[in-house]
Design a protein around this ligand. Sequence first.
Ligand code: TYD
Length: 206
Amino acid sequence: MPKGIFITLEGPDGSGKSTQVENIKTYFANKRREVVVSREPGGTLISEKLRSIVLDNANAEMDDITEMFIYAAARAQHVAEKIRPALERGAVVICDRFVDSSIAYQGFGRNLGDQVSEVNRYATGGLEPDVTFFMDLDPEIGRARIGKDVRDRLEQQKLDFHYRVYDGYKALCDKYPERIVRIDASKTIDEIKVDIYSKLETLETL
Ligand code: TYD
């Protein structure tokens, strides 16, 4: 049985993660691997319910700590119910956002700091991705790609929040150079695909 591979995509809102999730899926499907695609917050019934609470624009009064715990709670369920079992059966799991999002958005964006890593280590039982693609795009460009009318509670935040998130991602890239691959997300979709595929080729030995 092949060894499970856990791949995550990260980046500002509107950085084109979901398009590349599909490309990564195709890459491994062509290699006859079982592929499980998921997203956070979400991925299981319970986690999707938590997603609708945390992203609901009506919940403007949500406390930052509450927000951190809802993302972590959704993640705990997602890991236990879906991600860990899939990796144990040797699947390739591709997830749109994971713990790095909480560190960037709650740790840096909301200024909650290091406690976010600790809470999430507990939530995930220490599970970490094998490789993370960071879609590097100026937050202002990402936001402009998302229509104003469809912004969720997090996307509604002011631009300085999104720049703190971006700084958080850059700090994560510096901290985990082995795991996180920076992708220039201002390139075309096809150019980005080539960059991602060349990294995936090196993963065969995992
Ligand atoms: P997502 O569905 O990925 O939105 P988008 O497709 O616009 O990137 O994520 C929803 C929002 O939740 C997004 O603004 C990022 C935020 N988020 C956090 O703040 N913390 C987290 O741990 C996660 C997973 C997402």
